[in-house]
Design a protein around this ligand. Structure first.
Ligand code: SF4
Ligand code: SF4
Length: 135
């Protein structure tokens, strides 16, 4: 992934917004990688959880809003428990999803899932889907 860094990005209100919504201080992350090492969803992610934090520190808004990792995150909280700096990475993932969803962009259109398929899904999967993937 090609990344363009600039002072403007680092000072962008996006960084502040992620910190506000997540309640986390992104700057305390020292990139030890423990969050990524224990994450059960990394196989489905395009950038690792520690990279999500790094990108957020650097204000890489477009890269984060378009990454698959925030949607692959299962909110299992393993990373939160493992982080030696006490950062709640799952909350950061949720904050980035919220920023995107507040633009009224649904990630999944339930109407595009055939009714016969919907019947097969466990109820909890549908409820989680609505909570996580729709605005
Ligand atoms: S475990 Fe915590 S300190 Fe280590 S990379 Fe992840 S967020 Fe940063
Ligand atoms: S909460 Fe998300 S990022 Fe953290 S370990 Fe679980 S799946 Fe991975």
């Amino acid at each position: 992934m090609r990344i363009n860094l600039s002072q403007k990005k680092i000072r962008d209100s996006f960084v502040e917004k992620v910190q506000q919504l997540s309640g986390q201080n992104l700057l305390v992350c020292y990139q030890c990688g423990k969050c990524s090492a224990g994450c059960p969803a990394v196989a489905e992610m395009d950038i690792l959880p520690n990279q999500v934090i790094r990108f957020a520190q650097l204000g890489l808004k477009e890269e984060l809003l378009n990454c698959r990792a925030i949607w692959a995150c299962a909110s299992c909280l393993t990373c939160n428990v493992r982080c030696p700096k006490g950062i709640k990475i799952a909350e950061v993932m949720e904050a980035i999803r919220q920023i995107l969803l507040r633009q009224r962009l649904d990630h999944v259109d339930i109407n595009k899932i055939p009714p016969e398929k919907r019947k097969e899904f466990p109820a909890i999967a549908l409820i989680s889907n609505f909570r996580k993937f729709t605005s």
